[in-house]
Structures are given as C-alpha cells and as structure tokens.
Design a protein around this ligand. Structure first.
Ligand code: HEC
Ligand code: HEC
Length: 324
C-alpha cells in the first residue's frame, strides 16, 4: 500500500517543479467577437479544441478502441464515460477507476450540474455530491489553467449529445485522503494566466501542463514519480496485445529527443490527422499515448511544446519502447 501514498505527493511536486512557474505575468485576453453569437461560437470552438485535442477530456471520458492505433475514441460514445483505468494497465494505479459520464444527460451525466460545480470538479477534484475524485483525473494540472480556457471547456461539454450510461463505482485500494493532492491546489483559478503564444517556452509549458505530458513520461519508481528524472520515461503500460514503455522526452542526445528536429517531433503527431494513419491493428506496437487526439493540436501549439521540452534537463535513460 505504501507505494500509493506518494501519488498525492507526486502531483504536488510535479506542479512545484514544472508548472508553478507558469504564467504569472500577463492577464489572458478575453475572446472578443463581432457580436454575442459569434463570441459564443468562438468560446465553444476553443472548448472543443482543448477538450478533444489538448486536455484529452474526451479521450478519457469515452470508449476507446485499442484494436486501432493509439485507441481512438469510438464514435457516438463521446463523453459517455465507462472506460477503465486500473492497476492492470499501470501498476501505480491503486484500484479500478472509470471515466465518468460528462455529457449533459440529467440522470447519468452532468446535465444538472451548475458551471461552478463542474469547475470545482475539474480544478479541485470535488464532485457535485462532494465526493473526492482520484487524481488520475488531472485536476491538479487543470487547476493551473486560465479561467477562460476552463469556461470554454464547460461551454463545450454542454453541447455534447446526452448519453444515458451509468458508470460503475470505482474500487479503490487506498483511502482517497491519501491520494488527494491538497497542497498542490490553489483555492481559486481566477488569477491564472495563459502566457502569450510569443513567449514560446512558457506557452509550451502551459500547453504541456494542460495535456499532462509529464505523468506518463516521468518514471515511477516503486509507485512514486522520480522528480530528479522528469520526463525520462520508462513507465510500463499494458493494453490488449501490447506492452509499451513511455519514451524519454528529455533533451538527452543519446537516449532522449535531444537530436530530434522540430519537424521530426511534429511528424510524431501529424501522421495521425487522417484516418489512414491510425485505422489499423498495431498489434504489439500499439501505444497508450492519445496520439489521434493530440494530432488535432495546431502546428504552432505542438512547436511550442517542442520548444519547452528542449529546455528540460537531459537525463540519460535508455527506454525500450516495445520490450522484447
Ligand atoms: C487521464 C484520464 C482523464 C482525463 C485526461 C480527464 N479525466 Fe475527468 N475523470 C477521469 C476519471 C478516471 C474520473 C473519475 C475519478 C474517480 O472516480 O475518482 C474523472 C472524473 C471527472 C469528473 C467528475 C464527474 C462525476 O460524475 O463525478 C468530471 C466533471 C470530469 N472528469 C471532467 C473532465 C474534463 C472536463 C476533462 C478535461 C479538461 C477531464 N475530465 C480530463 C479521467 C480523466
Ligand atoms: C497516457 C500516457 C501518455 C501521455 C499522456 C503522453 N504520452 Fe507520449 N508516449 C507515451 C508512450 C507509452 C510512448 C511510447 C510509444 C509511442 O511512441 O507512442 C510515448 C512516446 C512519445 C514520443 C516519441 C518519443 C520516441 O522516442 O519515440 C513523443 C515525442 C511523446 N510521447 C511526446 C508526448 C507529449 C508531447 C505529450 C503531451 C502532449 C505526451 N507524449 C503525452 C505515453 C504518453
């Protein structure tokens, strides 16, 4: 059991180490439109972009099809929940958790939740009923997001087709209090700022935080994230037919992505913008990284993440992505 205790600490420290420096200087610009309808449309588009292609909300909260490359979302299940996250996939997960139904269905989804209740769940990990959510749902990261980005996501969730799907209760092997990252959470997101896109590295860090690249890519050692080796990779995931280790994303030239050009980095994602890029059975070379979803990120946002990763301390850690 002891190894799970650190789950909370890990989020605290990741945030301290990597995210806390994010964006204290400039206020985010309000999205202005020509008239009320245009600006609402823009807000929903922004929320759609973030929820589907950056924050991976829809990836985790739908049925995923791992008979295809990188487990794309099964069409028609968007936001309906029910997919499983368990210690059979990654042994640092203490039990069995289910992506919840976040569609506007009144009975089984979040149709009756107010914006404030949804905001609290996304940024504080507290559900409408007051239950504490397990931090596998990356609310400690979302706690650093600019409020207009958060409200855009909420506006978008309201536009999802309501799906009637009652998600099973989680089975947790530890008391939730042991996992709740209280110290990492700011009580309010009101002062969060999205750095200007021209501030490439800081903006890239913000996007990487929203996309939560760090948790999968920082090594767990005996169930605890090793902060001295941020982004050094090597976590083992088990999905149907595949055992896959997360890659070393540090700037180490020999074992990380230090020698990767920006173009090579972009290609890792853009190859999956079209169905033919992922509509095939990858067999034992599949991945858990939500590549089909991230592929929808703009080139500019991907380039910013690349620029940020270039600043990450090199760590020599040879990872066999697909162990023999
Ligand atoms: C890595 C997967 C993952 C990602 C990414 C993720 N979630 Fe979750 N989310 C979960 C899981 C798992 C739970 C349930 C946790 C539990 O049972 O303790 C959850 C719970 C929730 C809840 C609480 C619902 C309820 O009925 O209690 C809401 C709301 C929610 N997520 C919204 C979002 C939004 C919005 C995003 C994107 C900004 C998002 N999630 C991203 C996995 C994820
Ligand atoms: C759910 C876990 C998960 C998340 C989240 C995740 N990755 Fe990955 N990533 C992996 C795994 C596993 C691999 C190895 C298999 C592969 O290449 O897809 C990988 C591979 C990679 C590679 C290829 C490196 C190489 O040496 O081949 C890059 C680049 C990468 N990830 C970048 C990112 C970035 C940037 C983010 C955030 C936007 C991210 N990852 C989020 C699990 C994840």
């Amino acid at each position: 059991m002891k190894k799970y205790i650190a789950f909370a600490a890990m989020f605290t420290l990741i945030i301290a180490a990597a995210y806390f420096s994010s964006c204290k200087d400039k206020k985010s610009e309000p999205t202005a439109g020509d008239n009320k309808e245009d600006s609402l449309k823009k807000v929903i588009e922004r929320g759609d972009y973030l929820a589907n292609h950056v924050a991976a909300c829809i990836h985790c909260h739908s049925k995923r099809d791992f008979s295809q490359y990188s487990g794309p979302v099964t069409p028609g299940t968007e936001g309906g929940g029910g997919d499983v996250f368990s210690n059979e996939i990654l042994d640092a997960i203490p039990g069995v958790f289910y992506g919840k139904n976040i569609t506007p269905d009144n009975e089984t989804g979040i149709g009756t939740w107010t914006d404030d209740e949804i905001l609290r769940a996304i940024t504080q990990g507290i559900s409408k009923k007051g239950d504490t959510l397990f931090p596998l749902m990356p609310y400690a990261n979302f706690n650093r997001m600019a409020k207009d980005d958060l409200l855009a996501i909420i506006a978008y969730l309201r536009t999802l087709k309501p799906i009637k799907n009652k998600v099973p209760e989680r089975k947790m092997m530890i008391p939730i209090a042991m996992a709740y990252p209280a110290q990492a959470l700011q009580p309010s997101v009101d002062n969060n700022v999205r750095p200007a896109a021209s501030d490439l590295v800081k903006y890239g860090e913000y996007m990487a935080t929203v996309a939560d690249c760090a948790t999968c890519h920082t090594p767990f050692v005996k169930g605890q994230l090793d902060f001295s080796r941020m982004y050094a990779g090597g976590n083992t995931f088990h999905i149907p037919k595949t055992v896959v280790n997360s890659a070393n994303l540090t700037s180490d030239s020999a074992t990380g992505i230090g020698t990767w050009t920006e173009e090579r980095f972009l290609n890792k994602f853009t190859a999956y913008r079209e169905e033919k890029g992922y509509k095939y059975d990858a067999g034992n070379q599949n991945t858990v990284m939500p590549l089909v979803d991230y592929a929808g990120m703009t080139d500019a946002d991907l380039k910013a993440i690349y620029a940020y990763l270039k600043t990450v301390k090199p760590v020599n850690n040879k990872v066999e992505k697909f162990p023999k």
